[in-house]
Design a protein around this ligand. Structure first.
Ligand SMILES: NC(=O)c1ccc[n+]([C@@H]2O[C@H](COP(=O)([O-])OP(=O)(O)OC[C@H]3O[C@@H](n4cnc5c(N)ncnc54)[C@H](O)[C@@H]3O)[C@@H](O)[C@H]2O)c1
Length: 320
């Protein structure tokens, strides 16, 4: 499977970052959203990720030298030069601009007529994703593979009756894809076996800003591995907060200091988006009919109020 041109539908939190990762790997990407303003916002996100990376590389040498100085160690000129050489920027401004230049915004389906691979990253709603799949189906080249970034919806249902159904599968990236390398890959009932293995091979050949991507094969099942385990933790954290067990900050602190989690459950829910978290919880609850997946009223109230986490400036925490 050779991917020279790719498409991403939805230029939000995930879509823009997935587009950046593909472009970072030398692939030309069309990035679609509903209107010009949303596309522009997505492209600004792509630029932001690239700028952060370029800055990180530019400052690496100086930061390391400052750290060594803080330790009270004085290096010879030769040693300073060796540190600088070892930490010379791998992503220059010019390379960064090339990455940005590979992502092309669009509001139409036409540019998807010559892509090899598409990732759909629109809202987590069956009707919306299904409309997108129906729009893409007649436009995509016959051989193109269509991955959905869905966190919980049935890929079999999304693909039902479409010409591309054998080439439709789940490619579930994690937030933020520029630094988290996991991709859960799941086929539906109609997905061809070679499409699943080729997609895994293709993803295995890519890197994000930190690591080679880590695609794992999972069965089609609501929320796959990570969210199936993680979502009940987020729900239980909300119930614990409602019960007055401890403050949100202390619950987060407890899970970081006591369970070794890199982020607390509320910090994570704010990062993921409270609406997205609630959508996944509701799907798990509906599909498994198990009360352990029930949505806490507190989470529902925050979503009703439009406090969706980092992206709206307020969730469990407030963000400047
Ligand atoms: N946010 C996360 O942490 C996370 C992690 C893994 C997977 N996901 C999944 O990724 C998908 C996207 O989530 P997100 O957080 O990026 O959402 P988001 O709300 O940030 O972005 C979704 C984007 O899709 C666009 N969109 C909606 N309908 C469209 C259409 N018909 N054509 C083109 N664009 C359209 C919206 O305008 C929006 O910009 C969801 O399926 C979600 O479950 C999210």
């Amino acid at each position: 499977m050779q991917v020279k041109r790719a498409g991403v539908v939805g230029a939000g939190t995930m879509g823009a970052a997935i587009a950046e990762v593909l472009a970072f790997n030398g692939i030309d990407v069309v990035l679609k959203d509903l209107d010009g303003g949303l596309v522009e916002k997505g492209l600004a996100r792509v630029r932001h990720y690239v700028d952060e990376l370029v800055q990180f590389h530019a400052e690496r040498g100086d930061k390391e030298l400052a750290r060594i100085k803080d330790l009270g160690v004085t290096l010879t000129e030769q040693q300073v030069a060796a540190v600088r050489a070892r930490l010379a920027p791998k992503v220059s401004r010019q390379r960064g601009d090339e990455i940005i230049g590979r992502v092309h915004g669009t509001t139409t389906w036409e540019p998807f007529g010559n892509v090899d691979f598409v990732v759909e990253a629109a809202f987590e709603k069956m009707e919306i994703k299904r409309q997108i799949f129906e729009a893409l189906d007649p436009v995509l080249p016959e051989f193109a593979i269509l991955g959905s970034n869905t966190s919980s919806l049935s890929i079999t249902r999304l693909a039902r009756g479409l010409r591309h159904a054998p080439q439709i599968l789940v490619t579930h990236f994690f937030n933020p894809p520029v630094t988290l390398p996991l991709v859960e890959v799941a086929g539906g009932v109609e997905t061809r076996e070679d499409v699943i293995t080729d997609t895994i091979d293709f993803l295995q050949g890519l890197r994000n800003h930190r690591y080679p991507l880590v695609p794992i094969r999972v069965q089609e099942s609501p929320a796959f591995v990570v969210n199936r385990l993680l979502i009940p933790v987020l729900a239980e954290a909300c119930f614990a907060l409602q019960d007055g067990l401890a403050s949100a900050r202390d619950i987060d602190q407890a899970m970081k200091a006591g369970a070794g989690m890199p982020m607390g459950p509320f910090e994570l829910a704010d990062l993921v988006g409270l609406d997205v978290t609630l959508d996944v919880m509701e799907t798990l609850h509906r599909e498994f009919q198990d009360p352990k997946y029930r949505a806490p009223p507190m989470l529902r109230r925050l979503v009703d109020a439009g406090h969706l986490g980092r992206k709206t400036g307020r969730g469990f925490y407030e963000y400047a």
